[in-house]
Design a protein around this ligand. Structure first.
Ligand code: AP5
Length: 221
């Protein structure tokens, strides 16, 4: 199973991706997480990527395509994988198709999480992430048991730099200009499904699970 998760910033790709990964027993590959880890480790590529991501801009294709190429060739991706946040440009989508074609593989499903812009802003402004294990919370919708402390590992919860209002505005513009066209790219290929990502995470996960099992291309409302 090769799944691609799409949707605007804050639509819940990471939240659902983690659950699907556990359900299917295949890795979730999140380019945003990988880039943040590289920046935190101070690698030259990570620091270069941070120049873009901290402003809410997409990182150049050549950086992310290289990362994905290496990652999906790893042994744990043999049975499948979930791409969260890649591809985000038509150029990345074409590069992914070429990589998969060369390996005799193909995408099974592209799941697009649809959520209104005002909800996106509410989710991103309240998001908190664990500095140790990366778990994601929301101060209102998915609160930790103890404020500021990760339920899973006891780490400190912080706000992501690119969840500041100016960076969120820029990310939404980048999404409309560069990522929305990727949906049109997949529309013609017959493996795109749309999911209403407004309800609570459990409801959304139930719908995603049905869609993945079903195998048909439908719109889940
Ligand atoms: P990335 O980390 O991928 O950010 P993003 O796509 O903007 O997505 P987010 O992580 O913000 O949101 P999400 O959809 O995962 O939602 P989440 O589950 O966290 O990328 C960051 C940056 O890296 C990019 O801006 C770019 O610079 C760079 N980058 C990454 N990939 C790239 C690529 N391919 N090409 C170029 N550059 C790239 O949920 C959000 C919040 O809402 C959380 O607080 C959560 O608890 C809450 N929540 C989730 N679901 C629900 C729900 N159903 N109801 C209520 N609250 C909910």
């Amino acid at each position: 199973m090769i799944l691609v998760l799409m949707g605007p910033p804050g639509s819940g790709k990471g939240t659902q991706g983690a659950r699907i990964s556990e359900e299917l027993g295949i890795p979730r590959i999140a380019t945003g997480d990988t880039l943040r880890e590289m920046a935190a480790a101070g690698t030259p590529l990570g620091l270069k990527a941070k120049e873009y991501s901290s402003k809410g801009l997409l990182v150049p294709d050549e950086i992310v395509v290289g990362l994905i190429k290496e990652r999906i060739g790893a042994e744990d991706c043999r049975k499948g994988f979930i791409l969260d946040g890649f591809p985000r440009t038509v150029g990345q989508a074409e590069a992914l198709d070429a990589m998969l074609h060369a390996a005799g593989r193909k995408i099974d499903r592209v799941v697009n999480f649809e959520v209104p812009e005002e909800e996106v802003v509410r989710r991103l402004s309240g998001r908190r992430v664990c500095t140790q294990c990366g778990a994601t919370y929301h101060i209102e919708f998915v609160p930790p048991r103890v404020e500021g402390i990760c339920d899973a590992c006891g780490g400190t919860l912080v706000q992501r730099a690119d969840d500041a209002p100016e960076a969120v505005r820029r990310r939404l513009v980048e999404y409309e200009q560069k990522t929305a066209p990727v949906l049109r790219y997949y529309e013609g290929k017959g493996n795109l499904v749309h999911v209403d990502a407004s309800p609570d995470p459990d409801t959304i996960f139930g719908r995603v699970r049905e869609l993945i099992r079903e195998g048909s291309v439908v719109r889940a409302e």
